[in-house]
Design a protein around this ligand. Sequence first.
Ligand SMILES: [Mn+2]
Length: 337
Amino acid sequence: MMNTNDKAFLTQFLETPKQIAIIPHRNPDGDALGSCLGLYHVLKQLNHTVKVLAPNEFPEFISWLPATNEILIFEKNFDTCAAFLQGSDLVFTLDFNALHRAGDQMGSYLEKLRKPFVMIDHHQMPDNYAKVTISDTSFGSTCELLYRFLQELNLQKYINVEVATCIYTGIVTDSGSFKFVKTTGDTHRVVAELIDLGVDNPKIHSMLFNTSSYNQLQLVGRALQQLKVLPNHSTAYTYLTQDDLNQFHYQKGDTEGIVNYGLSIKGIDFAAIFIENKEEGMIKISFRSEGEFDVNEFARTFFNGGGHINAAGGKSFISLQETILKFETIINEINKQ
Ligand SMILES: [Mn+2]
């Protein structure tokens, strides 16, 4: 995982108290914030002066993680964050591998910062900004990689229940609760250790996933009622109009994940949701697939978007009705099976 030079450097570096900044990507998720706070709680015990500096606000569903109240937000507290970075001896960047992922403001600041960086990340094609690059795409989460990193530096004894809670949260969220392809025997072995350390796993799942509002569920219900299936093309789609969103007092994040319901139908491997946004004058589209069908290419070719092979987004600037008609026409033309 780490070469001998990097390991020797970090071991020696961490022996005496230092000032250390830890940074997640912009719009941090459970893995980004979990890995940052997990590392934070370890370095605190080693008597370093340490701060997590997030580019922007973190979402509500992970706000209960231990020590989120200590996090500084770069885009809100520029002076404090800049001063801390200027005084830092080392900067960790976790769960991202290109500085622009910290957002325009923090990203450009970090590009000019002349400090040694340590990257711990599991995404493809890492940039070359770090003195120590720990990048492994075979890991399903940065949190699992962080656990191995701590083990390798002989810091495992500092993984207390707070650290374990942070790491567990990142593993659960990035693995879709242990069901995505990178969930290995090793993942479960790490999770077993974390549970033995006292992680309250049922409570964490509840705090992460049982957070819907009544209106949000009603909106999901509307989308499910409007679901259409094209059985000859193994495709399902749904839509939400601006009126639907207004009726259920739409809040940011309320439509997250609705697209996946289409895939849960037996025999369906391609799902889409079309969401009308009158304010921005466009239809926002999410595509999901299971297996071979490449939704990245589909979104790029037909709907001004892109993403990954099984998850992508797109936009349309014609009406909702016309967009859906265009979608059905394309599905027929390419004769998707
Ligand atoms: Mn991640």
